[in-house]
Design a protein around this ligand. Sequence first.
Ligand SMILES: Cc1cc2nc3c(=O)[nH]c(=O)nc-3n(C[C@H](O)[C@H](O)[C@H](O)COP(=O)(O)OP(=O)(O)OC[C@H]3O[C@@H](n4cnc5c(N)ncnc54)[C@H](O)[C@@H]3O)c2cc1C
Length: 604
Amino acid sequence: MVSLFKEKKNIDVLICGAGPVGLFLANELAEFEINFRIIDKVEKHPELSKALLIAPRTMDILDNRGLLYPFLEYGVKMKQFCMIQNVHDPSNPNKIELSNMNSNFSFGLINRQNKTVDYLIDALHEKKSMRKKHVPNVEFCMELIKYEEKDDHVIAVVKNTKDNVEEEIICQYLVGCDGVHSNVRKGINGWTFEGQTLKSSWALADVEIDHELVKYDQVTSFVLNEGLIVIFPLGARKNTFRLVVKIGDEEKKNETNDHVTHGLTNETHMTLEELQKLVDEKIAPIELELKNPVWISNFKINERIVNRYRTGRVFIAGDAAHCHSPLGGQGMNLGIQDAHNLAFKLALVIRNQAADVNKLLDSYEHERYPVGKNVIEGTGFATKMLSGNDYFTSFLRTRVAPILFQFFPQAVFNFQNNLMQNNLHYLPGSSEILHKYKPRSGTENKLIEAGHYVQDGLLMKITSHKSHERITMLDIFRSTALKHTLVLFTLNKGVTSDCNPLIETLLEIYNDYKNTITPIIISYQGVVHAADVPFMPFHEEGREQHIFVERKFELHEKYGVMKEFGKQAFVLVRPDLYVASAVFEDDVDELKAFLDQYLIKADS
Ligand SMILES: Cc1cc2nc3c(=O)[nH]c(=O)nc-3n(C[C@H](O)[C@H](O)[C@H](O)COP(=O)(O)OP(=O)(O)OC[C@H]3O[C@@H](n4cnc5c(N)ncnc54)[C@H](O)[C@@H]3O)c2cc1C
């Protein structure tokens, strides 16, 4: 690893905050072999869980990094959202099935946040024990007090909260994953956290419920004239649930962001008796007995977002950058995806592999800010529609929504997919590191666009010992995850240089960008035989051949490489699984020009 300031600086990255976002970032940086430290001011994480829902896109990402196993093993697969709108006839609720979501994972995964944090810490320990010596432990009881940004480094002052001894940490980059009260955000003048506190007030309780309407593998909601009750499974036991109840609407107080607690503003807590009475009043004649509360809290919802995600050498991610209604279950998911976007960019810069450092680092904000804003708007809209007390929203909820469910289920389903970020793509116009491409030859262009999330599909791997193994596109990306993957879709042209000149082009690009790109070839069965498979220089990485075939043209078509156009294509996929560039064979020079502006060549 080449570090720009190895002699001068202590570490490359300081991560402030070891919540789920900081810990995911730490795992990423450990994979990229970056020299970092991660600190948290608490002695240990609280047992109480905030986030429960892990969205399909986050599962994809965790899977891509080999982190998903414990989540799937111990989490609860949540298969549907169930909305009861008529308390007098609750047996016929509206349902959103999650089984055909736009993802490999056709469910939401319920996993307590404290477990998420444990699994991510375990994964760090595992990396350390696999002799990645640079992997540090989380340093608890270490609080970031202040920091100062210099031209080529950041000086952070951290205090050991046990003995009050202060330490200066010198790092190239500081990332604030320190939650809504972020000291990192407050440390730079001009960094704002604008937004509003909603006037609705809510109660939240983790309780036991035994009732036939409330099932452990679904989210159950009562969507009523008087507002909303949502019940999420907690996963620990089959009768433990999180209940979120709207109490009412109050005049807005003049909240500053200092009163914000994890997207919520704390009020006085309710007793179990008060909560039971509230629930009874709302859903009578249904009787839902609440027992053995672990946690009861009252809250108000804050919707806020920072004006910037980056200032010089300082970044923020997760709740430090945005907070919103917890009803969509998106906050932690959004934060983990922030970290996923940022990690490979920091790694490229620290390893001196980025052609334009500022362009690359700025793209973090350009890509993630609009996503944060969208989630705030989407969850805000859903919360208002489900719980607003005014005549209009109440009418939409009780009269229009049932019609939508009955006659336009696809619209409801699409809304749900969007809310869960399953359809998330970056717009090529929003980020300078996404290739804006138009085919020169005027070919009709159905190619996947830069900024789109990868598509999955089934392939066969041709190995040198002439056997065929089934493999998915996402399996392939798992094995190439720490680099960009350059995919050559060959249609029916074969995979030897004699019959397909693009093989030479692929090797040429590989030679130029050995350290940052892994090439693969996807061809069509019947055209490629094991005997044809040429020697590829990628063997040096200890992997099998990088040539795969498909039986039908399904995957080609998903990436927009259509048989009828007869053109082969290159698709460059980033380590965060978004497409950086896609071009037809006649425009390979455009791809090379794009790479020139994006990555540094191996020997330069
Ligand atoms: C009731 C509720 C339900 C939710 N449900 C969901 C859900 O289902 N799905 C979902 O995706 N999201 C959900 N969320 C949101 C989710 O909990 C947050 O988005 C998530 O915790 C953000 O993670 P984070 O790592 O950014 O911040 P945090 O979890 O807040 O972690 C920040 C860490 O930084 C540390 N820290 C703070 N200041 C300093 C400092 N100066 N120095 C050192 N360390 C510091 C803190 O001790 C803490 O450990 C929910 C939130 C609430 C409140």
